[in-house]
Design a protein around this ligand. Structure first.
Ligand code: PLP
Length: 327
């Protein structure tokens, strides 16, 4: 049972459970007296975890409901999303076709490519987003089954259906506040790579009646990601819930989100000195970050915590499993 089903018992929301909720929360002493962690790395099974798994809980049954057996999605060659889709899709009778664009290659990306190779994903690589866009219609046709095209999902699984995963997580945070596991956060800080996590949190926190603001640390410059784009996805997710017979009347505004690209560095996937320092520091707290998303969000927390009056909650969205070569 999810928090969304609890909240909207009459709604039509197909779901497969892929992880245990709630994910743990704890104080991160060494990051400041007011910093708390919600450890999304715990979400998922022994093959892969993290924020993309929450999205797949809603996307996989939606694919089945549409009668599709193939997912087609896009990302960088280090995509956590594509890996999670391939692994969890395979367990649920779906094959995954990936159109991937080159990004800076470091040890982390090399590890990801190796994992992708073992995941059963059908991988096609391109040197630029433009080349991928040209190739995409051909890939859709090539992998059609009869008259049915593959189920297309945007980068990061950030469709309104995928975003339901973080509406549920927002309700989960509110439940943890109510049960005393967590003080009500003034802000929740998350990386923004394709907007679904931030957009879902905006909806879920507002739905739960928390005053918590979402702070999005934008780490991707391969397409437009700002407060307007994230808010549009949040409102599209509210519309989806309404179409599925959920009685929901929240409206999100751009001013409900603080988004910054101050921690992006030169481009998506390029590490930053502040990020690598945060990644190193987080090891002392037993956290395994990566340079592309979480390192940059944790770098931001170092600046945000001292100037925030209330508790700062940061999400560890990265859910690696097995041995990690990145160091
Ligand atoms: C994809 C990803 C994000 C970004 O989440 P979006 O919903 O795509 O904005 C953050 N952290 C990690 C580890 C990711 O893989």
């Amino acid at each position: 049972m999810t928090f969304l089903h609890d909240r909207f018992p009459g709604a039509d929301l197909p779901h497969v459970p892929l992880g245990a909720r709630p994910t743990p929360v704890r104080r991160l002493e060494s990051w400041g007296s007011n910093v708390w962690l919600k450890d999304e790395s715990a979400f998922g099974d022994g093959h892969w975890g993290g924020n993309k798994v929450r999205k797949l809980e809603w996307i996989i049954p939606e694919a089945h409901r549409r009668g599709r057996r193939t997912l087609f999605t896009v990302g960088g060659i280090g995509t956590h999303w594509g890996l999670a889709a391939a692994l969890y899709g395979r367990e649920h009778g779906l094959r995954t076709v990936l159109g991937l664009v080159d990004q800076p290659v470091d040890d982390h990306v090399r590890d990801q490519l190796a994992r992708l190779g073992a995941s059963g994903a059908l991988v096609h690589r391109y040197p630029s987003v433009g080349r991928l866009k040209l190739a995409a219609p051909g890939l859709l046709l090539r992998y059609r089954e009869g008259l049915r095209l593959p189920y297309y999902l945007p980068a990061g699984g950030s469709s309104p259906v995928g975003t339901l995963g973080y509406v549920d997580a927002g309700l989960e945070i509110a439940d943890q506040v109510r049960s005393g596991m967590l003080p009500e956060p003034a802000v929740v800080v998350t990386p923004v790579g394709s907007a679904g996590t931030a957009a879902g949190l905006m909806v879920g926190l507002q739905l739960a009646g928390l005053a918590t603001r979402v702070v999005g640390i934008v780490v991707n410059d391969s397409f437009r990601l700002d407060a307007e784009v994230v808010t549009r996805l949040a409102n599209a997710t509210v519309d989806l819930l309404r179409r599925r017979n959920a009685e929901i009347d929240v409206v999100l505004h751009e001013s409900d989100l603080d988004a910054t690209d101050d921690y992006l560095g030169s481009t998506y996937g390029a590490s930053t000195p502040e990020g690598l320092a945060a990644l190193e520091a987080a090891r002392a707290d037993g956290l395994e970050l990566e340079p592309v998303y979480t390192a940059k969000a944790f770098a931001a927390v170092r600046d945000i915590a001292p100037r925030t009056a209330g508790p700062v909650l940061v999400l560890n969205t990265h859910g690696p499993r097995g041995p990690q070569a990145f160091s």
